[in-house]
Design a protein around this ligand. Sequence first.
Ligand SMILES: Cc1cc2nc3c(=O)[nH]c(=O)nc-3n(C[C@H](O)[C@H](O)[C@H](O)COP(=O)(O)OP(=O)(O)OC[C@H]3O[C@@H](n4cnc5c(N)ncnc54)[C@H](O)[C@@H]3O)c2cc1C
Length: 476
Amino acid sequence: MTNRLTPDICIIGGGSGGLSVAAAAAAFGVDVVLVEKGKMGGDCLNYGCVPSKAMIAAAKHAHAIAQAPDFGVSAGEAKVNFHKVHDHVHAVIGAIAPNDSVERFRAMGVNVIQAEARFVNKTTVIAGETEIRARRYVIATGSSPFVPPIPGLDTVDYLTNETLFERTRAPRHLIIIGGGPIGMEMAQAHRRLGVEVTVVEGFKALGKDDPELAAIVLDNIRAEGVSLLEGCKVTSVEKRGKTGVRVNYQSDAGDGFVDGSDILVAVGRLANVEGLGLDDAGIAYDRRGIKVGANLRSSNKRVYAIGDVAGGLQFTHVASYHAGLVAQQILFRAPAKENRDIIPWATYTDPELAHVGLSEEEANKRHGGRISILRWPYAENDRAQAERKTTGLIKMVVDRKARILGVSIAGAGAGEMINMWTLAVTNGMTLKDVRGYVPPYPTMAEIGKRAAISYYSPLTRKPFVRWIVRFLRRFG
Ligand SMILES: Cc1cc2nc3c(=O)[nH]c(=O)nc-3n(C[C@H](O)[C@H](O)[C@H](O)COP(=O)(O)OP(=O)(O)OC[C@H]3O[C@@H](n4cnc5c(N)ncnc54)[C@H](O)[C@@H]3O)c2cc1C
């Protein structure tokens, strides 16, 4: 070993979570080492959020051209140059990369080591030629695409999020295995870029979201031409001719298959726990990730785990939230606990789908059915009409004291709109707080206020009348 270090903090993984802890520690002048074995910025920058949202942005432009005649504007037929879409995606990554770079973090005072890290005992990590004995460790190693053991899958060049954005030529017919947020975002984006797309989902697509709102999004994606096969479990994959693939599946309606040119596997994520020496370090883990308490501490008291590897919700903002909680504990010795009820999420399909707090089902269970549900459709919003974005609704769950327990939105800009409701849920706000604020006209944010004030309508306060109103809205 040529180098021995004894920093206050050693962080393993330079992605969303690890970089946030490193920046916080460096800002307070703490001696911090960051070990990253791959690209700085992790999944989000290189293979996840950034390239996917950049591709979605390109697809939105193609779609806008197709929609332009509805506004009285003609732009001809959209022509997609997939090579240039690839270049755009990588230009966006390149524009953000300096923020996460080795140079920037070294300039902040972080000792960045570019190597694979591994615990050799409860107190020591080895990274390349360096031995590290830190006072505290933060594991932020993220997750990898889960590739299920489907017979024949290893005989074809399947894609995952790690290879999808490298493509410079459009697939002829992309078959996506998995109808979760990543699968559905990529399905719609590719369809809008002119690709034939089939999604094969074993259960229900967007199954973690409110089914009423997920249905709005899925209907729209189907209407754009994506073929969505739900309740179809993939049984095998085979090569067809020189460039083709066949995906065989089983469903209640019988066996079937779909032929295409490429396969994207998007069935979930596996926490990166392999090769870290967790057993040697006395750190408990399972398939979902490293086991942590609400304070994000592992079974080895000097080690914290954050972000995707910590086995909870897998989002960039969760990794950053975790980083803040851990920094608070390590830097200020102040207790901090994760509260999963305040974490929002958004799926960047069109319309977008966003949620924060309790779902209707969870709220019903926790509050013994003593909840009210408020809805307001986009179609009754003037700005939504002007923009022709009338598909969707906001749905709010409140308790008997009108406290906002959860909000789901399917509709244009849902990912932006959920911000205000995240603040409301985080601070335990009630509808009374919302009743008094004035949104600018015409904005889609008014949809939320209209839903909130509908609670005070003498008509909708009566349960029976509420039931009739809901019935009429649905079937009238
Ligand atoms: C296609 C896709 C789209 C997504 N879109 C969104 C989105 O829109 N919004 C959102 O919030 N989230 C999104 N996510 C999720 C988001 O990317 C992750 O939740 C986030 O990156 C997790 O951050 P992290 O710090 O836990 O891990 P990462 O950012 O992945 O960082 C982990 C780092 O650890 C390194 N590492 C691993 N093992 C070792 C080791 N032994 N030694 C040294 N280094 C190691 C890795 O190389 C990696 O750089 C998306 C994910 C995907 C795949």
